[in-house]
Write a protein that binds this ligand. Structure first.
Ligand code: ADP
Length: 302
């Protein structure tokens, strides 16, 4: 659906935000996971035709089967694109209904009756129908993000890009928002960029992990998790001994459980007495890839 090949971008300040990024993004939800500064927004903005890459290609399969050169044929991409940027701002004094109507006009929905149907349908779809007359300034974070999805879905896009949409949402709003994303049509590719591992675990059949401008892994979450079977070990330790464990083992993550650090260690054998083997999860995959990039010597161990 969307084919990205060898995309690179260096900003004027010398930061290599994208370093030879190659990805195949199919229909459905695609999770792009990476820490802050990984290059996710740079990639999203490039695909959304808002900034230029230095080299590489991106090709979108159009509705008619024709392929669109994303980096060159920007107007054609924009007709197929819905975008919810990281810093989506709304006019606080305008109602959701009026602003969506305004965006619809900008999208080219010039026939009034048809536009009304689309706007009403979207407000219902994102569950804001009852709040449609309220000023956007009175909306909660979750409601604003759902409004953001409504505007992104105007014009029936085939490619929907949402950049860090769940940051700052409480668990209930986050769930509601993710469920809404999951319901977007079958013939649409939705790229969800996030630094929250659960966002990807919960709803993305395919994913990529990115850091420092590079793609560290791409594929199906369950396959990446299965590849770590029998290699993740857990132990509760004391705060005082934690640095010692970190120097002797490949510690993937440290979590406080009832006030004590519980570590996950990556190792093909029992690391030492007191560790128990655990079923790996996507968080283990994520941290293992990030560690591997930071310390390539780990590869020998893997
Ligand atoms: P993410 O979305 O994963 O947090 P970004 O794409 O925003 O990552 O940033 C990747 C890197 O590029 C970071 O080091 C960031 O500071 C840098 N960066 C992003 N935008 C610009 C810009 N316009 N000019 C210079 N550096 C930038």
């Amino acid at each position: 659906m969307l084919t990205i090949r060898n995309l690179s971008k260096t900003y004027a300040n010398g930061v290599h935000a994208l370093n030879d990024v190659t990805l195949d993004i199919p229909r459905g939800m695609f999770g792009l996971l990476g820490p802050n500064g990984a290059g996710k927004s740079s990639l999203m903005r490039t695909l959304a035709t808002l900034q230029e890459a230095d080299s590489g290609t991106a090709t979108l399969e159009g509705a008619d089967g024709a392929s669109i050169d994303v980096l060159r044929d920007k107007d054609a991409v924009r007709r197929q694109l819905g975008y919810l940027p990281q810093d989506f701002g709304v006019y606080p004094k305008v109602s959701a209904e009026d602003l969506l109507e305004h965006f619809a006009v900008l999208k080219g929905l010039t026939v009034r009756k048809q536009r009304r149907e689309v706007v009403d349908g979207l407000l219902k779809q994102v569950n804001l129908w009852d709040a449609r007359k309220r000023k956007l300034g009175t909306y909660s974070g979750g409601m604003r993000q759902r409004f953001g999805i409504a505007q992104a879905l105007l014009g029936n896009p085939r490619l929907v890009i949402v950049d860090e949409p769940t940051a700052g949402l409480d668990p209930e709003e986050r769930n509601r928002f993710l469920n809404l994303l999951a319901e977007i049509g079958e013939n649409v590719a939705v790229i969800l960029s996030t630094h929250i591992v659960e966002d990807v675990t919960d709803l993305c059949p395919t994913m990529a992990i990115m850091n420092k401008g590079q793609v560290l892994l791409t594929g199906k979450p369950n396959e990446a998790i299965a590849a770590l079977n029998n290699q993740v070990w857990r132990k509760q330790v004391s705060k005082a001994t934690l640095p010692d464990y970190e120097s002797r083992h490949t510690v993937l993550s440290t979590r406080l459980v009832a006030g004590y650090p519980v570590i996950h260690v990556f190792s093909s054998d029992l690391p030492e007495e007191g560790f128990v083997q655990v079923d790996p999860d996507l968080e283990d995959v994520y941290f293992q890839r990030l560690r591997l990039q930071a310390k390539p010597a780990m590869q020998a161990q893997a």
